[in-house]
Design a protein around this ligand. Structure first.
Ligand SMILES: Cc1ncc(COP(=O)(O)O)c(C=O)c1O
Length: 431
């Protein structure tokens, strides 16, 4: 990595990095295919009746796991943002798991349940997914385990989904995991293994245990294509929501997306889907904590060798527990290298400030990781790097017609006392 960039990262000052490898979508050579996004959308539709049966909070939507797209003009003004339209994509309030992780974890666990039931002959090979909603299937699933490594939210999503189908569920958590997430999992009947180590170590240990036992299915956050494509279907949802609001996306109406990044699966899957739907008019930026910019250090170093945030002299210590990841998924790094516009970093104190602004100016309950999305437009519009990006893509003249979507990835399930603590901290920092 460039020495100047390394020194800037080590100074912990928030910065924006523009990806020099970004190219046209049509020319991108990546290890996944656009038809996999289309297949994921079809799979979600097929799963909807079963999901509706399994989760009371999916009753109103007919089994569809989707979030609102809310215009946030007052919040944008409070953030000091100028021309353009600003929206929050409300995955913080997604049903089932209260975070973007519902899109990946529920998808993978339910597809696994379906293929296991077929393999065991519990349902006919061509049976519809609803066939899983039987006591006989649940009873058999009780001798199979679904395991996952997680900083918290993926564990919630996978654990809740696995228990809903009758599986035994084991979540391996890193030392950063918040106690309330551990408690909530245990209330859902999920077994929690707490590691005194970072996220990568928790995942490696869970993977090793699963490899030794054929009755354990391991949801591999670092490598799973199923998770990735579960997230990718969010792009079609956003396309329909923008169309409903008559918001065009084209060469003179650019769309900017700000996506919080941990291991990279959620923002990578969503961004890959968005690039298929909107092509080069979607400009996707990841956001990472200043102490955990794992995608940034990997992409800025090239993909020849694995680089983590410790190699860059950083600690991986942050209040944004969902993003406390030292090493990005190599699979996601490969996919994003030609598709990602850039990455910006955030200071923890700003996360709390934005969390408070989101509550006070838009009534949104976000967790610190999710609040990171709110810093994106300012970084794009006010840093030299952001302005350079706009100039390079000929976009300076059309920013008044631009749309910014800040992807709020989690928060509605944070317990009241914990959330009030975040809010007070944010308001005190703002005062
Ligand atoms: C609230 C929140 N935002 C963002 C992320 C990042 O997702 P990923 O680790 O797939 O990059 C997470 C991950 O757990 C999260 O919990």
């Amino acid at each position: 990595m460039d020495e100047t960039l390394l020194r800037r990262l080590q100074s912990l000052e928030p910065l924006m990095w523009i990806n020099p490898e970004l190219g046209p979508v049509a020319a991108a050579q990546v290890p996944v295919r656009p038809d996999q996004v289309v297949q994921a959308e079809a799979n979600w539709r097929a799963l909807a009746p079963l999901l509706q049966h399994c989760f009371a909070d999916l009753e109103p939507s007919g089994g569809v796991i989707a979030s609102e797209l809310a215009e946030a003009a007052e919040l944008a003004a409070a953030l000091g943002l100028g021309a353009g339209r600003y929206f929050v994509k409300g995955d913080h309030a997604l049903p089932v798991a209260g975070s973007v992780k519902a899109r990946g974890g529920v998808y993978e666990v339910f597809l696994h349940g379906l293929s296991l039931a077929r393999e065991l002959g519990l349902v006919a090979p061509d049976a519809a997914p609803e066939a899983l909603a039987s006591e006989a299937v649940r009873a058999r699933f009780g001798s199979y385990t679904v395991a996952v490594g997680s900083t918290g939210n993926l564990g919630l999503s996978v654990g809740i989904a696995a228990r809903a189908l009758g599986f035994r569920a084991v979540v391996h958590m890193s030392a950063d995991a918040k106690p309330w997430k551990v408690e909530r999992l245990r209330r859902h009947g999920v077994e929690v293994v707490q590691h005194q180590a970072d996220y990568g170590t928790a995942v490696a240990s869970a993977r090793q245990q699963a490899e030794a036992d054929p009755a354990i299915y391991f949801v591999d956050d670092e490598r799973s294509e199923l998770l990735f494509f579960g997230y990718s279907a969010a792009a079609a949802e956003l396309r329909d929501q923008l169309a409903e609001k008559d918001i065009p996306v084209d060469a003179v109406h650019p769309l900017f997306l700000y996506l919080p990044c941990g291991i990279g699966g959620a923002p990578g899957g969503v961004a890959y889907g968005l690039k298929q739907v909107f092509g080069d008019h979607a400009h996707c930026f990841f956001v990472e904590p200043a102490q955990s910019p794992c995608a940034l250090v990997q992409l800025a170093s090239g993909l020849e060798q694995v680089v983590n945030v410790y190699d860059a002299g950083l600690t991986n210590k942050t209040e944004a527990d969902g993003m406390a990841v030292a090493e990005v998924s190599q699979f996601v790094a490969q996919v994003m290298q030609p598709l990602l516009s850039g990455v910006y970093t955030v200071a923890d104190d700003d996360l709390f400030r934005w969390l408070a602004l989101a509550q006070d100016h838009a009534g949104l309950q976000l967790e610190p990781s999710a609040a990171a999305c709110l810093g994106g437009p300012q970084m794009l519009l006010s840093t030299a790097e952001g302005q350079g990006y706009l100039a390079q893509h000929g976009l300076e003249g059309c920013m008044g017609q631009g749309t910014h979507v800040m992807w709020a990835t989690g928060g509605s399930l944070v317990p009241e006392a914990e959330y009030q603590g975040f809010l007070q901290k944010g308001r005190a920092l703002l005062a």
